[in-house]
Ligand binder design. Structure first.
Ligand SMILES: C[S@@+](CC[C@H](N)C(=O)[O-])C[C@H]1O[C@@H](n2cnc3c(N)ncnc32)[C@H](O)[C@@H]1O
Length: 234
């Protein structure tokens, strides 16, 4: 662990702590707002049995819904982040390991979850050659309970992503852009509309004969949002 990483993790924790304790009833993250909206619409399971496949230290997703869970399993590949995640969310089952390998090879700790979060990295391929959530999303559908909610990160605007992480459109990994075209099956995968990116996920849900009760795009910032899918097994 280097000092930059240490400071980043502590800063993330402090900012989430302040947001959760001081502003809880005034300003919400996209995840908090969505959880409240799903609850109001009777679309959120009473008690969440949750799976968070790309946990980091829990500050940008898990902390927003941990209070709704009766079981929370978090996977994080980096040992330092996994240790911090356990400290941030003591009741969670934090597994330090490769969630992509786990979901493909039956190594998850349960067979069914009613709440799944896929907040994968941007830009580079995972060890199995997949990008973003494209590799894990179809497998995640094999683990849903009778009714479930899935949150999946969608990178909406790569021009804005470049502003955050540097580089240029020309320098973007060509295989990544092709993977986006293959998955989303839309022309504009650089700065498309949030709702248009939902179709790629909806196609896979339909191919698995899973009933889609509701889908929604919700913005997180200028470059990223969540696709939210409320699904039911036949
Ligand atoms: C975008 S961050 C997730 C942020 C997180 N949802 C939060 O609440 O803060 C992606 C995380 O996934 C982790 N990661 C990358 N590949 C992984 C893998 N194959 N299995 C598990 N975790 C992985 C990275 O170390 C990183 O911490």
């Amino acid at each position: 662990m280097n000092i930059g990483n240490f400071i980043y993790v502590k800063k993330q924790k402090l900012s989430r702590y302040l947001a959760l304790t001081l502003t809880r009833n005034r300003s919400f993250t996209a995840m908090q707002l969505m959880i409240k909206t799903l609850r109001t619409n009777n679309m959120l399971p009473e008690k969440l049995v949750a799976l968070d496949l790309f946990a980091f230290v829990g500050t940008t997703t898990a902390m927003d819904y941990a209070h709704e869970t009766e079981y929370l399993e978090m996977w994080e590949i980096d040992p330092y982040y996994a240790k911090e995640a356990k400290r941030n969310i003591p009741n969670a089952q934090v597994v330090c390991g490769d969630s992509i390998n786990a979901i493909k090879n039956g190594l998850l700790l349960r067979k069914e979850y009613n709440f799944i979060v896929i907040d994968a990295n941007v830009k580079s391929a995972f060890s199995d050659g997949s990008y973003e959530s494209f590799g894990v999303f179809p497998y995640a559908l094999n683990y849903i309970a009778k009714e479930a909610v899935i949150f999946v990160t969608i990178f909406t605007n790569l021009k804005e992503t470049i502003k955050l992480y540097g580089g240029s459109l020309e320098q973007l990994d060509k295989d990544w852009i092709q993977a986006r075209k293959d998955f989303f099956q839309i022309d504009n995968v650089i700065d498309g509309r949030g709702i248009d990116y939902l179709k790629g996920f909806e196609r896979i849900i339909s191919e698995k004969n899973i009933v889609l009760l509701h889908s929604q795009f919700i913005n997180r910032n200028n470059s990223i949002g969540f696709g939210v899918f409320v699904v039911s097994k036949q």
